[in-house]
Design a protein around this ligand. Structure first.
Ligand code: GAP
Length: 542
């Protein structure tokens, strides 16, 4: 079957998300709210599975990372210390005609003929506007188009029947100064702080101004000392957190990819500064020198090796939940792209249908954050290293991922159209979500072959109750068995268990208490003893 085109594919994915209850527009009955999304029954399970897998791999399967669950609203000084109050902004431009707002870096360069006007006056000598305006149209397009847009601009300024003044034209190349939708001039780019504001307490005054956190990371830095004291960890060690973050994005787009409310999964991994590594190990391993392995931490590792280690760990994790290496790109940011605090950043990108885009950033942040909080709070962030007999502010490697972006990547990755036989063996096209069993919203569907046979229903319900304590199970007795398979294929359920007459022992004692286990992707069915179902399925979904 031919690959659907990219935009067509994205449309199909968005429609499936709504139809099957993965993702809904927030506040839909009121027309929605741009940049906000709700997760339906399948989406909520998918997100929970992503977070549980991440948490398990970070905390339960390691000795050197502990968790934190901090508040969303924190002391506003935190955002001064982190630099968010002064620098967490995007450049924005507004259309002078429609007021539509764009991120300056998202305007595609355009070329054509620019029509400039010095103002406009009322044709019958009334009101006048001296505001300059210009319109860009494609070279060769009728000038009347530019004039029409310009007249609208002056009408907005109260000149009801405008005669345009001082028209002149100029050929321009690769400009980003015009609205791509209507050719109207944009405002000069100006910074727009992305933090969402609120007030804490009954008075809406500057003193009570607070922010919904734009990242979860800062809480980890602020609680570094307290967490260290209670967890009895030693550097190198990490603190991780999953939680909501908010950004007043100028232009939310690509479905949930850029939202205004989203969840992050962040790890701040604290390491020794290089001078301490040098003192203890006698040298600092260099990334350019051959290493026995970048997967087994060594005492002579400085930030470069730890950074590489976390890039590899994170890619391995993505692979473990079904994102193949060929769907991911490891992008090392160029020097000029790095944030002011970063020594190096690797973005893990995913090949979305709308382009290859960031899933996670892994930054080597030096001691920037802890030093800033030490300065702004007046509280020491120093750590006494028993082994090195040295006091220092630890350095940090930060793998920072987005739950919602990952959910979207997994949905895009899982979407598949193929051919499957219906009840009569005739091939029909099916939509199947090929989620890895670890993150699939429902792990197994239970089907009695016929719903009007009480013995089959009773047995199927017993199997459901057997599996339920161990995994998410869906019981379905409605409709032909082929239809029921198709419904579960669309939900991405990796396994289907059918209870038939053999299960009841009607075809002989050897098949009694066995069921058919159907694999979603291969559609192969095997006969399995009910008593073996739990261990067999647990092995596949863990
Ligand atoms: N503490 C570092 C930090 O927040 P970031 O690159 O701004 O770094 C990390 O964000 C991750 O959070 C991104 O890779 C992405 O997965 C997710 N993220 C950031 N902004 C987002 C948005 N507007 N919508 C959805 N996810 C977003």
């Amino acid at each position: 079957m031919a690959e659907p085109k990219t935009s067509e594919l994205m449309e199909k994915i968005v429609s499936l998300c709504k139809r099957r209850g993965f993702i809904f527009q927030s506040s839909e009955i009121y027309g929605g709210l741009n940049g906000f999304w709700d997760y339906g029954p399948l989406g909520a399970e998918l997100k929970r599975n992503i977070k549980e897998c991440w948490w398990r791999s970070m905390t339960q399967l390691r000795d050197d990372v502990v968790g934190l669950d901090a508040s969303i609203i924190m002391h506003p000084k935190i955002w001064e210390a982190s630099g968010h109050t002064s620098t967490f902004s995007d450049l924005m431009v507004d259309c002078l005609l429609t007021k539509k707002r764009f991120r300056a870096d998202q305007i595609e360069p355009q070329s054509g003929t620019a029509f400039f006007y010095t103002g406009a006056s009322e044709a019958n000598g009334g009101k006048e506007s001296k505001d300059a305006f210009s319109v860009l149209i494609a070279t060769g397009k009728h000038p009347e188009y530019a004039r029409k847009v310009a007249r609208q601009f002056y009408q907005e300024r109260g000149v009801e029947n405008p005669a345009l003044l001082g028209e002149r034209t100029e050929e321009v190349k690769d400009t980003t100064r015009y609205n791509p939708d209507n050719g109207g001039l944009l405002t000069e780019p100006r910074p727009f702080n992305l933090m969402l504001k609120t007030y804490v307490g009954p008075v809406e005054s500057a003193d009570n101004l607070s922010y919904l956190r734009p990242e979860t990371a800062q809480a980890i830095f602020v609680q570094f000392k307290t967490t260290l004291e209670v967890s009895r960890q030693r550097v190198p060690f990490g603190i991780c957190q999953i939680g909501k973050a908010f950004r007043n994005e100028i232009n939310p787009r690509n479905f949930t990819f850029r939202s205004r409310e989203f969840e992050q999964m962040e790890l701040e991994f604290f390491i020794r500064p290089e001078e301490v590594v040098q003192k203890l190990a006698g040298s600092v391993a260099s990334l350019s020198a051959p290493q026995p392995s970048t997967l087994n931490p060594q005492p002579n590792w400085g930030w470069e090796l730890w950074h590489k280690y976390w890039v590899e760990e994170r890619i391995k994790w993505y692979e473990s939940i079904g994102l193949g290496r060929d769907t991911l790109v490891e992008y090392w940011q160029k020097k000029e792209e790095l944030a002011h605090y970063a020594k190096a950043t690797v973005d893990i990108l995913f090949k979305f249908p709308f382009g290859t885009q960031e899933l996670e950033g892994i930054a080597a942040r030096g001691d920037f954050d802890l030093t800033q909080h030490q300065k702004f709070s007046g509280k020491s962030m120093e750590y006494f290293d028993e082994e090195a007999k040295a006091k220092y502010v630890p350095h940090v490697i930060e793998p920072s991922a987005g739950v919602d972006r990952l959910a979207l990547a997994l949905i895009c990755n899982a979407y598949c159209e193929d051919q499957a036989p219906d009840e009569k063996g005739k091939m029909e096209s099916r939509v199947v979500m090929k989620f890895h069993p670890r993150i699939a919203p429902i792990k197994v569907a239970i089907f009695p072959l016929l719903k009007n046979k009480p013995e089959l229903v009773k047995k199927a319900k017993a199997v459901r109750d057997l599996l339920r304590p161990h995994m998410s199970v869906f019981y379905d007795e409605a409709g032909a068995i082929g239809r029921r398979y198709r419904r579960q294929d669309e939900a991405g359920t990796p396994f289907g268990v059918t209870i038939d007459f053999e299960t009841l022992g009607e075809q002989g004692p050897e098949l009694q208490d066995t069921v058919t286990l159907r694999d979603r992707d291969t559609m192969k069915q095997e006969r399995v003893k009910i008593s073996e179902l739990v261990p067999m399925l647990l092995e596949k979904i863990r």
